[in-house]
Design a protein around this ligand. Structure first.
Ligand SMILES: Cc1cc2nc3c(=O)[nH]c(=O)nc-3n(C[C@H](O)[C@H](O)[C@H](O)COP(=O)(O)O)c2cc1C
Length: 256
């Protein structure tokens, strides 16, 4: 396995840092190759600006990440190109972060904004002209897994918990970004109640982490519906007979 571990936490000596170390040890101990993108340690620039696409703008005003030319013509910033190289190399991508305001830290959002450019993360087309997304795309064939720590207790992120269910909170990342770009997304690993973790609770979390890393290749991915496999009509709306009268995010899973 070739695993890319993307880590978004400002403090190495944190619960997240300890779990990351545990995870890297586990993967390397199994003989897997691992590369890292430790975003704070890299001082990753989290905002898209004209410097990213300057050469591709050809004298026009800022064209931003919507310019396909920048990727195709190899005119992206070096730090973006380096991340593309790591993603191309990897067959497995781990994304680890603390839940901050129901989502990922801004530095990780900014990693996606800058790295998943047109022609790489989106805007990828089949030779017959149709757009490859939601289960197909540049990153098809790779597996991704989110590892998240959350201050909230587990029950408050259960079916009727006040914080909402974790997979709903992670829908923009797991469905709208990772699956969108073609990746198979494994169920997330969450450590709840992460602000007060006893040594026993830490050991339990580390054991769950090791178990999930041992089974990365055999775990069944979240059953998101593919865009181009017939479930959606020509307007990309789920076919009536498949909705079972339901609405909301759950309809985009085949189990719905
Ligand atoms: C800015 C910020 C926002 C947070 N938002 C949430 C949240 O929306 N839901 C939640 O359960 N915990 C939230 N927390 C708590 C963190 O998830 C928690 O402190 C962290 O996962 C603990 O792991 P760490 O010690 O490795 O940072 C937030 C913490 C911070 C600092």
């Amino acid at each position: 396995m070739k695993a890319l571990w993307i880590f978004a936490h400002p403090e190495q000596r944190s619960l997240s840092g300890a779990l990351r170390d545990e995870g890297l040890r586990t993967l390397r101990g199994q003989g897997h190759e691992v590369r890292e993108s430790d975003l704070y340690a890299m001082d990753w620039k989290p905002v898209v600006d004209s410097a990213d696409f300057g050469a591709a703008a050809n004298g026009r005003l800022f064209v931003g990440p919507t310019s396909k030319d920048a990727y195709r013509d190899g005119e992206l910033s070096e730090d973006i190109v380096a991340e593309h190289g790591k993603l191309d190399w990897a067959d497995t991508v781990i994304l680890q972060f603390p839940l901050w305001w129901y989502g990922m830290p801004a530095i990780l959002k900014g990693w996606f904004d800058r790295v998943f450019v047109n022609g790489f993360g989106y805007g990828v087309t089949h030779p017959d002209g149709h757009t490859l997304r939601y289960g197909e795309g540049r990153l098809a064939g790779k597996r991704a897994m989110v590892i998240v720590t959350a201050g909230a207790p587990a029950v408050t992120m259960g079916p009727h918990g006040v914080n909402g269910e974790l997979n709903d909170l992670l829908f923009p990342l797991q469905h709208g970004t990772l699956f969108y770009a073609g990746m198979s997304v494994l169920p997330p690993l969450a450590v709840y109640g992460a602000n007060r973790v006893s040594p026993g609770e830490y050991e339990a979390a580390a054991t769950r982490l090791r178990d999930r890393l041992h089974t990365l290749r055999t775990t069944t991915p979240l059953p998101f519906r593919f865009q181009n496999h017939g479930d959606y009509d020509e307007n990309l709306v789920l076919r009536e007979e498949l909705t079972c009268g339901n609405t909301g995010l759950d309809v985009h899973y085949t189990r719905a």
